[in-house]
Design a protein around this ligand. Structure first.
Ligand code: PEP
Length: 252
């Protein structure tokens, strides 16, 4: 069975005190879940979050990293720096990184390489914009994003890759892909991986959905056969909502 994951992307929210308060709320509600649970606080709070969640089933992950090991890259953070504070998983390719920081598929391929060299797991995000969907180009866009950044990898490397399909038009907008749209795209993604790497890799790769997942819609989205979890933005900033989403897996 594929790993099911619910990951909270806190983005540029929560200072140290707010991070500690939210983690304390999360710890009050921690329970066993069918899904792996992760949170991605901002860089400055990774270590304190890691310490606070040591010996729990909530993993602390990073929102981004640079591809270089070290050097003259002012303001950047490397894979080995993340690992040194306990981080083993990194989100790469989030649409906000692509849109506001000009991250291209080619750059992301370098980041993917660096993360793998450091034995990190990657949650790799991609997804079409509204104009792409309206012009019926969404499958082509998604296929090229995956191919350009990931299809140079060996089959073995795919055991460290989790995919996150996040239609840009659904992120932070309150708009959600319908369960049918999510399933249709996730099945397409799996078929694309199957065509390149075969069914073992395709069937063991977790594909998360992201885009305005909330307690009210999580169960319906997660019940699709090719949806293996969610990358959650806004709703991950509230412990009760985040756990309601995680609990939507209870019945899968
Ligand atoms: C995200 O940022 O990855 C995301 C899915 O955000 P939201 O849940 O707020 O749409």
């Amino acid at each position: 069975m594929r790993t099911q994951i619910v990951a909270g992307n806190w983005k540029m929210n929560n200072d140290l005190a707010q991070t500690q308060a939210l983690i304390s709320d999360l710890k009050k509600q921690i329970q066993t879940s069918n899904a792996e649970v992760m949170i991605a606080p901002t860089f400055t709070n990774l270590y304190s979050a890691f310490e606070a969640l040591r010996n729990t089933n909530i993993e602390v992950i990073a929102q981004n990293m640079h591809f270089a090991k070290n050097g003259a890259y002012t303001g950047e953070i490397s894979a080995c720096m993340l690992k040194s504070v306990g981080v083993e998983t990194v989100i790469l390719g989030h649409s906000e990184r692509r849109a506001y920081f000009n991250e291209t598929d080619e750059l992301l391929a370098q980041k993917v390489e660096a993360a793998l060299e450091n034995n990190m797991r990657i949650i790799f995000c991609f997804g079409e914009e509204l104009a792409d969907r309206k012009s019926d180009n969404h499958f082509n866009i998604v296929e090229s994003q995956i191919k350009n950044a990931l299809f140079h990898l060996s089959s073995d490397a795919w055991s460290s890759i989790v995919l996150a399909y996040e239609p840009v038009w659904a992120i932070g907008t309150g708009e959600t892909a319908s369960p049918e749209q999510a399933q249709e795209m996730h099945a397409f993604i799996r078929k694309t991986i199957d065509a390149k790497y075969g069914s073992d890799v395709a069937n063991s790769t977790s594909i998360l959905y992201g885009g305005s997942v909330k307690p009210v819609n999580a169960k319906e989205i997660f019940s699709n056969p090719d949806v293996d979890g969610g990358l959650i933005g806004g709703a991950a900033l509230n412990a009760e909502d985040f756990f309601a989403i995680i609990n939507a897996f209870g019945e899968k």
